[in-house]
Ligand binder design. Structure first.
Ligand code: SF4
Ligand code: SF4
Length: 281
């Protein structure tokens, strides 16, 4: 994202909408400026503010005149009065920032649509996590912190050393040059994202080991980590196997969200097994 200094009138409105805190008023040029290292190309500034097309010279003059009278002339807080934002033409590798940070664009750089994953909540039709397995979604960077690919790399290396299997349809996995070691492409290491989700699955017996490993990963990355655990409920809608392991680890479990829907089972092999059919939970 780029702010045209010829148009910007330094009203400061955009500094409040950037989730990464990447926009600041540069005191030397007295214009809003984007810190390109920190910008994750989420377009929240460009799309979140209404763009007015006032004449920058007129707005600056009025602001100065009002200032002389110890008054303020500020645009409405949700507008850029002079349409000063100019999105860059993004090329590789910077384009991955946008793919992982703006949920409204398809994942062109990875070939996977959406923010990252066929989520656990569609498991009853996708059949990704089977009876006896536990799926983990390990999310880095959200809310409002962001994450560098080099930090995701650290996490993936640690997970790979534990011998987990990475989900094939996940965009982080698609950026690996070696899935067995969890090694990501070299040229994306210095790209920053709003957030990213690494997905793995393991047998139920490894649940505690993986949770403890994620606790260890947290010590090696400078961002927020959120852990999601996905399992299959039994025919009564309860889950008693993994839930007790998590409770022993100190988590308090609450039924927070139930997804119910009709869907065609896409995992044909599993269609014959009665326990895989039914509503998502
Ligand atoms: S909202 Fe527009 S005019 Fe105001 S500081 Fe930001 S870029 Fe400049
Ligand atoms: S594109 Fe997103 S991260 Fe970049 S300056 Fe705009 S709001 Fe901030």
């Amino acid at each position: 994202m780029f702010i045209n200094p010829d148009k910007c009138v330094a009203c400061g409105n955009c500094t409040y909408v950037c989730p990464m805190g990447a926009i600041y008023i540069d005191p030397q040029i007295r214009r809003a400026t984007v810190n390109r290292d920190e910008c994750v190309e989420c377009y929240a500034c460009y799309n979140g503010l209404s763009q007015e097309h006032l004449n920058p010279t007129v707005v600056r003059t009025m602001r100065r005149l009002f200032q002389m009278m110890r008054l303020r002339f500020d645009p409405e807080p949700d507008v850029c009065p002079t349409a000063a934002f100019e999105p860059d033409e993004l090329v590789w590798p910077r384009v991955v920032r946008r793919a992982f940070s703006d949920p409204r664009v398809p994942h062109e750089s990875t070939g996977v649509e959406g923010r990252g994953t066929e989520e656990v909540k569609t498991n009853d039709v996708s059949g990704r996590v089977q009876v006896g397995e536990v799926g983990f979604t390990i999310e880095f960077g959200r809310p409002g912190v962001g994450v560098w690919f080099r930090e995701i790399q650290t996490a993936c290396h640690m997970l790979a050393r534990a011998g987990v299997s990475f989900e094939k349809k996940n965009p982080i996995t698609s950026l690996m040059t070696d899935v067995s070691t969890g090694t990501l492409r070299d040229d994306i290491m210095n790209e920053k994202l709003m957030s990213a989700i690494v997905e793995i699955k393991v047998p139920v017996a490894r649940t505690e080991e993986i949770v403890r490993l994620v606790w260890e990963i947290e010590k090696h990355v400078d961002t927020v980590v959120a852990l999601g655990v996905g399992t299959r409920c039994d025919e009564t809608g309860d889950e008693t196997v993994v839930a007790s392991i998590l409770e022993n680890l100190g988590y308090k479990l609450h039924r927070a969200k139930t997804n119910v829907g009709l869907g065609r089972i896409t995992n044909v092999v599993e269609q014959a097994k009665p326990e895989t059919a039914g509503a998502g939970r």
